[in-house]
Write a new protein. Sequence first.
Length: 63
Amino acid sequence: MSKNEGTIDRILRIIGGIILLSLTVVGPETPWGYIGLVPLLTGLVGYCPLYSILGICTLKKAA
């Protein structure tokens, strides 16, 4: 399981995940906010299974 997410991709996933998770505590307090665990965890780990299936890699290539 090698990393396939770049830095900006990871930051956006972490921020989006936190925002979605916050919906379970504030705002509409809906359990749908738990879907935020997916982008949060993939952002923290740096690996997205869907990216590997689709052949996508947002990491910068080493020069």
